[in-house]
Design a protein. Sequence first.
Length: 362
Amino acid sequence: MVNWRPDKASEAYLRAMQATYLLHGCPIFIEPLETTLPEWLQTRVYSNVLIIADEHTHQFCLPIINRLQLPVVPTLCVIPAGESFKDLDTCALIWRAMENAGLDRKALVINLGGGVIGDMGGFCAATWKRGIDFIQIPTTLLSMTDAAIGGKVGIDFHALKNVIGLIRQPAGVFIDPVFLHTLPQRELHSGMAEIVKHAAISHELDRPWVHQLPHTPDWFETLRASVGIKVRIVEEDPHESGLRMLLNFGHTIGHALESYYLHTPSPFTHGEAITIGMICEQYLQPAQNLHANLLKKQLMSIFKLDPIPLQAVSSLWMLMQQDKKNASGKVRIALPDALPFTMQVLEITQADLERSLLHFNK
Ligand code: GLY
């Protein structure tokens, strides 16, 4: 049999299947998995299927997938959980599993997990035999609203986060909040910071889907709204040559905080770190506006955070020298501007960082 897939026909089919969004050919379904995944798999011809999970998703999420009665019998690859395993050694384990399973160029990889699994499984699939199809089934709120969308795949190298990687759209993203019940509350709150970030970018901080957080009467509605904002930005700028940089709002300072506290007894979650990052970075905007107050109020209704000791400033500043947005040795931050979906890029100094942390600590 020749496994040839006419892309146009499959795109028409995906429209008929009513994907919630279609992003550069990648359907994004925000629906119960049982109504999307089995039917989508029926439409494709794959020679072989490999599921990549970590120890946690193997235990808590795979049983949900196994109940779906998929029209394929996948092989399983389970890797250790955690950001510290997002490296070349774990990629070697995955590639070995692909080799053992006999994955050819018509095979499919299913990434079942949070950002680490999605990024690393996507990277391994995108480089296997010069690229095979992969789908994302995000199981954390962070990955549902951010990491699984937009095709960024990659791994860390030494202390540098996501420095080896590429942009390649998955064959599909299947988002179902059913997995959120498997998460600890702190992890759930972490994802809410990215949802608030999307609302800040689109000037929708006063909409019910965001201002009710940390309570959410309808996760489907919240995720459709939040993911829609990311889709709109990636659609316009898939390779981050402009507007996509705005998705890094809060991350220049946030990533530095995350790295600095990583090896202390109380590391920040990603959401906690970018919450402080967003409050600090917004404060540095020359024309302060009401939007900043609303943002801080919304974030503080989710997170209770201690002040940052100012002795940390010089180390944080050194970490910020590594940020991918920097140009000609200058540290740059990307901020929402006066209109929805517009951006300001500012160069900042160590003194600005200190000033913004003082503001956060007030
Ligand atoms: N997480 C930011 C981006 O996908 O561009």
